[in-house]
Design a protein around this ligand. Structure first.
Ligand code: FES
Ligand code: FES
Length: 163
């Protein structure tokens, strides 16, 4: 039996009928076509599925969609302030060469947002701790850490964060 839920995703509100066993990741990717949020392990280990829910990052693969009724969700598609410009986190990932295959990038950037919103001047250790749940097979992490530090510097004076 399906349940009606109401989600606000990247500023748009949706009413959906979902089976109780479906995850938020499935609903975002399959029902809303928001495929920027990736599905990697499906078991809470890789962070590729990370999204913000009511201002906190969570693993969408471990979250049932029915539990999200009434919640406000931000995915990587909502990170940029407009179609014309990128978010400082996205700019920094490009500038610092922190993207290779890109599969980890949406989850990394959402985890970065979660960190930088609370602490725009994190130490390298704090950055590494904040992304410890996000696996990257390509970059070796150093460029991602550099990118997040740079994004923090850029966000301090003119942060525009949708949560
Ligand atoms: S897909 Fe969710 S943590 Fe890996
Ligand atoms: S850039 Fe390929 S997994 Fe991170």
């Amino acid at each position: 039996m399906k349940h009606d839920i109401r989600l606000t995703v990247n500023g748009d509100t949706y009413t959906l009928a979902v089976e109780p066993w479906r995850t938020l990741n499935e609903v975002l990717r399959e029902d809303l076509n928001l495929t920027g949020t990736k599905l990697g392990c499906g078991s809470g280990d890789c962070g590729a599925c990370t999204v913000m829910v009511d201002g906190r990052s969570i693993s969408s693969c471990l979250t049932l969609a029915v539990e999200m009724d009434g919640k406000t969700i931000l995915t990587v598609e909502g990170l940029a302030p407009s179609g014309e410009s990128l978010h400082p986190i996205q700019e920094a990932f490009i500038e610092k060469g922190a993207i290779q295959c890109g599969f980890c990038t949406p989850g990394m950037e959402i985890s970065a947002l979660n960190l930088l919103t609370a602490n725009p001047s994190p130490s390298d250790a704090q950055i590494r701790s904040a992304i410890s749940g996000n696996l990257c097979r390509c970059t070796g992490y150093n460029k991602i850490v550099d990118a997040i530090a740079e994004a923090g510097r850029q966000m301090k004076p003119h942060a525009k964060v949708r949560r």
